[in-house]
Design a protein around this ligand. Structure first.
Ligand code: NAI
Ligand code: MG
Length: 357
């Protein structure tokens, strides 16, 4: 039987609540699909930081190299500054494991109501392909004269032809494989005349390789508005690191809840493990109450199986999620109900079990 070795970083807050839910579903999907997942837990995150003064072990990245994939919950704790928790764990993993694609489906599932009036599942079905290794989050810059009136900071964006070209090609390939074959590129070349003009030039050149894909570029502010006013006109979106981060929060908000939105940090070259996570954070406001919606984590787990080559198992989990959400009988508070994490997880595992029974 095929066994996948999965590194698990449940992390902080509700990460510790939704990842076990995802593991239950992945385990069942494996039993049905004739494969198994062997999970190895890493207790890194903010609790670890508070004890050891670092977010993960010094050789943490190296230890992850031997795994087939990484399953991450959420990182963040009010006792630790966010720039420490994010910059010392998630961002180095994305960069050092060369996970240069951040893939985020943004779908309104039947059974969830969008905050956009009158919109149904047919209107909101987008996929964001976000550049995940450079751009605005490259981490270059510094601070000078700290604490004085002359204090200064620079935060540099780094955009490379190579980086833009590969993310654009990945996005066009994704768009070409979807029924509508539309690609929107998020730019801001009117104001950012160096980096975003390079972005536009390189994306346009790659577009010529994909005549079957209808391509348009939008300034990112206009694209934000379009996601709200005309979401049905959008399919695949390719964006830089910062723009994609912001656009996908809009995408998850109009899809009804952060609690259902999954993401994958993908190394398309497959020379190092990819990492899958719900896009929400550690939600300190609801942690410990057992009411976090596990759907985003379960869906992220399904994306992980798809990446590992188990597409049938991915599809089966997605159908189970769609069935539970569509039935509208079991809803966590973020979806307007009163179900717990455990009840939602049980509903999904039962729906999945029923599919083969
Ligand atoms: P958040 O995503 O943790 O929470 C935003 C709101 O959405 C909260 O009201 C929360 O209760 C709700 N929410 C999120 N996930 C939910 C779920 N599964 N079910 C039900 N409700 C859910 O974002 P916030 O509050 O800005 O950040 C909290 C911490 O998480 C911070 O330390 C932040 O840095 C960190 N964070 C970590 C991320 C990661 O690990 N990738 C991503 C975003 C934030
Ligand atoms: Mg974000």
């Amino acid at each position: 039987m095929k066994t996948y070795r999965i590194a698990v970083i449940a992390g902080d807050g509700i990460g510790k609540e939704v990842i076990p839910a995802g593991i239950d579903v992945l385990t069942l999907a494996g039993a049905q699909g004739g494969f198994s997942c062997e999970f190895t837990q890493f207790g890194w995150g903010c609790d670890y930081y508070l004890q050891h003064g670092r977010m993960m072990e010094p050789d943490g990245v190296d230890r992850l190299l031997t795994f087939d994939a990484i399953y991450l919950g959420a990182i963040g704790d009010p006792r630790v500054a966010d720039h420490i928790s994010a910059r010392e764990l998630i961002l180095p993993l994305r960069q050092r494991l060369r996970q240069w694609v951040n893939l985020r489906p943004m779908r309104l599932l039947p059974g969830i109501s969008s905050p956009l009036a009158g919109r149904t599942a047919a209107d909101i079905d987008m996929l964001c392909v976000r550049e995940n290794s450079e751009g605005e989050y490259c981490g270059m810059g510094g601070r000078l004269h700290a604490g004085t009136p002359y204090e200064a900071a620079t935060q540099t964006g780094l955009f490379t032809r190579h980086g833009i070209e590969r993310i654009a090609r990945y996005a066009f390939q994704r768009a070409a494989s979807r029924p509508r074959r539309l690609l929107a590129s998020a730019t801001k070349s009117n104001a950012l005349q160096h980096a975003m003009v390079l972005w536009d030039e390189v994306v346009a050149r790659v577009a010529a390789e994909f005549p079957q894909v209808e391509f348009r570029k939008y300034h990112v502010d206009a694209l934000c508005a379009r996601m709200v006013t005309h979401p049905q006109t959008l399919d695949v979106i390719v964006a830089s690191n910062l723009f994609g981060d912001i656009l996908t929060d809009i995408g998850s908000a109009i899809s009804g809840s952060l609690g259902v939105a999954p993401g994958g940090n993908i190394n398309p070259d497959r020379d190092m493990p990819s990492m899958f996570e719900p896009i929400h954070g550690s939600a300190p406001d609801i942690m410990g109450k057992g009411i976090a919606n596990p759907i985003a984590a379960i869906w992220a787990g399904a994306m992980m199986l798809d990446h590992l080559g188990e597409k049938a198992a991915h599809d089966a989990i997605l159908r189970a999620i769609e069935q539970v959400i569509g039935d509208e009988r079991v809803k966590t508070p973020d979806l307007g109900g009163r179900a717990t994490t455990a009840e939602m997880t049980k509903a999904v595992t039962q729906a999945l079990a029923a599919r083969v029974a």
